[in-house]
Ligand binder design. Sequence first.
Ligand code: SAM
Length: 344
Amino acid sequence: MTPPPTAPAAEPAVGPLVDRFGRVHRDLRVSLTDRCSLRCTYCMPAEGVPWLPGAGTLTTDELVRVAEVAVALGVAEIRLTGGEPLLRRDVVEVVRRMATLEGPAGRPEISLTTNALRLPALAEPLREAGLARVNVSLDTLDRERFRALTRRDRLDDTLAGIAAADAAGLRPIKLNAVAMRGVNDDEVTDLVAFAVERGYEMRFIEQMPLDAGHTWVRARMVTGAEILERLRGRYTLTEVPGRGSAPAQLWHVDGGPATVGVIASVTAPFCGACDRVRLTADGQLRSCLFAHAETDLRVLLRSGADDAALATAFRRCIGGKRPGHDIDDPTFLQPDRPMSAIGG
Ligand code: SAM
């Protein structure tokens, strides 16, 4: 586990996006929309949530402008997410324009987190536009469970989307599952088998307090340690060294080369190595999934601010980043925005 940083200093006014704790920010997560085609029980209620108003959502030009400023500040990786990012009609254009930006780290790698439902139609155009790879959410391989969990009977469409990403060469394909007690925790080894057979990387995520209904209870959460214990019942796992700033700790499965990842955001936080900053679909910059403060870039964009002003706003946001998410602190308060409106 990465220890939380402890030595505050002032954030610099030039150079890369460094916070008071020396963390350099190279990864921008961009939410393209808060809307989603599924209604995963751990994320959204059946009726959805009050959607962000359309006029408040950043336009294609505004999104690309923010990305351009971020890339000039040293961002090397842009992950498009949501809601469901493929619901946005301009997604191919967004990828094409972001993929050609240039900064001190060169061209950014563009990746996408998706439920894959629209990938059969979009995988090829996205790859041609410059998309490097995809992360696909796949919590179960059982059709009835998938229907109950996502409140939509779409398992076959998600599997077709994963196959389309593979055929288009959007590799490595990472599959994400939120492990839930009594829901899919008995399936973790089957999910790994599915991924290993196809050359994909399975990753399990600890459930976080980011659901719209605020129903998360720590005691019910399946921990990373429990996931590893279950996996060790079927596989030999060897820790992969050199994790860097990656959220997932990787393990070689039966000697490798296949790997499985565990993202233990709650029980083994990796905030000390965090290099991520997030842009919501309505133009709010957030230094952490669990932040309460947001920096309003939309108001700057729509009032004619120049790139220097946007860069200063980025630095201020990063300057206010806290050392850790504090989920274990008795004063922890879940942010008002659910995961779907932040961008997972
Ligand atoms: N719609 C896309 C998808 O399905 O991947 C992108 C958005 S979704 C919010 C991004 C990721 O967040 C998914 O892998 C999802 O499983 C995860 N997620 C959502 N709510 C979560 C929670 N409360 N705890 C942990 N992960 C969560």
